[in-house]
Write a protein that binds this ligand. Structure first.
Ligand SMILES: [Zn+2]
Length: 117
C-alpha cells in the first residue's frame, strides 16, 4: 500500500485541470442573448456583441421573408453582409448581390421578428 502516491496523482490532476485556460466572456450577444467569448467570430458594436452565426441566421430569415430563392449569404467585410444569387452563364459563374445588410439593419429586423428557421 502506498497511500501517498494516489494523493499526489490527484493533486497533479487538479493542477492540470486548473491550467486549462478559461474562455473569457466578452459580453452578451444582442441577438441570442448568450455569452460571446470568441473575438474572431463575433462583432463588437456599441451596444454589445453579435455572434457571426446569429447574424447569418437573421439574414437568412430576412431573405426568406423577402421570398428570395436560391440565395447564399456572404460576409462582405466592414460589418456588412450580402444576400447573393448565383447565375451560371456558360463557363462564367456570376453572382450578384440582391441585398446588402449591415448589423444595424439586423438589430432593427430582430426587434420585429421571431426566428422561424
Ligand atoms: Zn448570438
Amino acid at each position: 500500500m502506498k497511500p501517498y502516491k494516489n494523493k499526489n496523482r490527484e493533486k497533479n490532476l487538479q493542477n492540470f485541470i486548473l491550467e486549462i485556460p478559461k474562455k473569457e466572456i466578452l459580453g452578451k450577444c444582442i441577438l441570442c442573448e448568450k455569452n460571446v467569448s470568441d473575438p474572431y467570430y463575433s462583432f463588437h458594436i456599441e451596444d454589445g456583441y453579435i455572434h457571426f452565426e446569429c447574424a447569418i441566421k437573421y439574414i437568412k430569415e430576412m431573405a426568406y421573408s423577402m421570398r428570395i430563392k436560391n440565395f447564399r449569404t456572404i460576409y462582405l467585410g466592414g460589418k456588412k453582409f450580402g444576400i447573393i444569387s448565383d447565375r451560371e452563364k456558360g463557363e462564367n459563374k456570376k453572382w450578384n448581390i440582391i441585398k446588402k445588410v449591415d448589423l444595424e439593419e439586423i438589430i432593427e429586423y430582430k426587434k420585429n421578428t421571431n426566428l422561424k428557421y
